[in-house]
Design a protein around this ligand. Structure first.
Ligand code: TEU
Ligand code: CA
Length: 553
């Protein structure tokens, strides 16, 4: 595999609105990120991905951009961002911006001009169709946040526009070369500023199956999931290749795609040595539909990595701003403690690929347990989740309980810095409730405690970067070990060294026979260090939720 500058990096996702507020308005800001750069450097972070901070009405928390060339005043100014880029550089940290170009905001000037003159130049930047009340819609696709993808064009009774996400996120028409040129210009403007690259939002959606047509109805709303259309849409690669040629490749930028629904044969095109992107996220575990078990978690991540073996690098996560907290999702509630949290961390972090940590993950932040009312939450996706649950026959209390398990707000509550009011996130009134668990789960309590989840993450990062082992963790061959042994999750990484990552994914002890003897314990989540006798045997007994990273003889 061709070596790239970013292969050995560790990345960290910041959701700026909830990270750190420096001016007391209850909203995290760029200056807050700057203040915490030393914290991140100390943890071992090389790349920061910032969720969107561009001008935005924040209908979908910044994923609805009204000006790509400026910063929303709630997050700061362009000067603040330049300072962040410069201060990051001083510390060896690259800044990755979020690239949201499937859609913009309905408050973007392009859309405003399209409303003024739907047949003019900017009308062609969007998907606008003629429509009279009573006509059938051009297609029956369901938007990601519920309801039809079609909405009346403001100011026009006889026109509608397409939005696959929120109605305040009109889709940009990538079929139009003028639009594509504008997008590339903007991307290059950012890359010229000195950012390290982009995380690329919802990118698969830029190719629509045209002409618009219906797909089989899969809900009581008479609509059809967007996935059905996406499976049918071909040709996204042509757009992506042009995009990469015109922008990323010229700058050797790091890019990570938010890619779903890609086809097997497309993988080398997406993330091969000369792919459209540097890497893409592995969402295989996040996409599990059934209840989570150690077995389906294991199968998901093993399959994902075997699938890209020899092709490219995946980016590994246990959570992000769109998902509930990983520890709450992947560990049974009754078993959730520092030991099981560290086990999960060790499993995903040492897989082949690039590890991403989502803010707060490194201190073991958990989901909310309860809210009194849906209005305590914020996400624009909530109403649809709640109403669908009611529609399926759940009571209000049950619908709320379901929502709390799945809402994206679980990941969006403020970072828990300490046990003071608002978890030290703000001196003002936080824009979103603080998770009441902050009294017990916060950075201040962990930063100097050698047994903490935080210190464990630090150790994981320094192990991955340890010059003796780095090439093995970055380029070593991945192979599942005894995948059929129940509630065991083990794999080897073999390169210059031979390393095994072994996890007992259950609350009972379990015996494991190893392929050879252990030479050295590199990391463990228990206080137990293997005694000499265990080095002499190939049979080991793992304690509940034990994680062992060992070098083999
Ligand atoms: O997400 C795209 C996406 O397809 C989903 O993860 C989506 O969030 C989910 O289906 C809705 O419940 C990206 C961003 O990560 C997300 O925050 C934005 O809402 C979305 O794009 C629109 O920009
Ligand atoms: Ca602020």
């Amino acid at each position: 595999m061709e070596k790239k500058w970013w292969h050995n990096k560790v990345a960290y996702q910041i959701y700026p609105k909830s990270f750190y507020d420096t001016n007391g308005d209850g909203i995290g800001d760029i200056n807050g990120v700057i203040e915490k750069l030393d914290y991140l450097r100390n943890l071992g972070i090389d790349i920061i991905w910032l969720s969107p901070i561009y001008c935005s009405p924040l209908a979908d928390q910044g994923y609805d951009i009204s000006n790509y060339y400026d910063i929303d005043p709630r997050f700061g100014t362009i000067d603040d961002l330049d300072r962040l880029i410069a201060e990051g550089k001083k510390r060896g940290i690259g800044i990755v911006m979020d690239l949201v170009v499937n859609h913009c905001s309905d408050e973007h000037e392009w859309f405003k001009k399209a409303c003024e003159d739907p047949d003019g130049e900017y009308g062609k930047f969007f998907y606008i169709e003629d429509y009279k009340d009573g006509d059938p819609l051009p297609c029956n696709w369901r938007s990601y946040f519920g309801g039809s993808v079609w909405e009346k064009l403001p100011g026009h009774d006889d026109k509608i526009y397409l939005h696959v996400f929120h109605k305040k996120q009109p889709d940009l028409n990538w079929e139009n070369p003028k639009l594509r040129k504008e997008v590339y210009k903007m991307i290059n403007w950012w890359l010229d500023k000195g950012i390290a690259g982009f995380r690329i939002d919802a990118i698969i959606n830029i190719k629509k199956k045209l002409p618009f047509s219906d797909y089989s109805v899969d809900g009581d709303d008479g609509l059809s999931s967007i996935d059905n259309m996406l499976k049918d849409a071909t040709g996204v690669g042509e757009f992506l290749n042009e995009l990469a040629d015109e922008t990323f490749r010229k700058h050797d930028a790091f890019t990570v795609g938010e890619v779903f629904n890609e086809k097997d044969e497309e993988l080398p095109l997406f993330i091969g040595s000369h792919g459209y992107f540097s890497t893409m996220f592995d969402f295989s575990a996040e996409s599990i539909k059934e209840d989570i078990s150690p077995e389906n978690y294991k199968n998901a991540i093993f399959k994902a990595h075997e699938r890209v073996d020899g092709i490219g690098f995946l980016s590994n996560i246990i959570e992000n701003h769109d998902e509930p907290r990983g520890v709450s999702r992947f560990i049974p509630k009754e078993d959730l403690d520092d030991t099981s949290k560290k086990m999960l961390a060790g499993i995903y972090f040492l897989l082949p690929g690039l590890p991403f940590i989502y803010q707060g993950q490194e201190i073991g932040m958990e989901n909310l347990d309860k809210v009194n009312d849906i209005n305590d939450l914020d996400d624009c996706a909530n109403a649809n989740i709640y109403e669908t649950a009611l529609h399926e026959g759940k009571t209000h209390a049950e619908a709320l309980a379901h929502l709390i398990n799945v809402t994206r707000d679980n990941a969006r509550t403020p970072f828990q810095w300490d046990d003071s009011e608002n978890a030290g996130f703000t001196d003002g009134r936080s824009w979103l409730m603080v998770n009441p668990k902050y009294k017990n789960i916060n950075l201040a309590a962990q930063i100097n405690d050698s047994d903490s989840v935080f210190i464990f993450y630090k150790e994981l990062i320094s192990l991955r970067k340890n010059p003796e082992y780095e090439s093995t963790f970055v380029y070593g061959k991945f192979a599942p070990y005894k995948p059929a042994q129940k509630n065991l999750l083990a794999y080897s990484r073999v390169g210059e060294k031979s390393v095994m990552v072994i996890a007992n994914y259950q609350k009972d002890a379990q015996t494991l026979s190893l392929p050879s003897k252990i030479k050295k314990v590199l990391l463990s989540n228990t206080s137990k260090t293997l005694d000499n006798s265990s080095f002499n045997s190939t049979e080991i007994v793992l304690s509940p939720y034990e994680l062992l990273v060992v070098e083999m003889v």
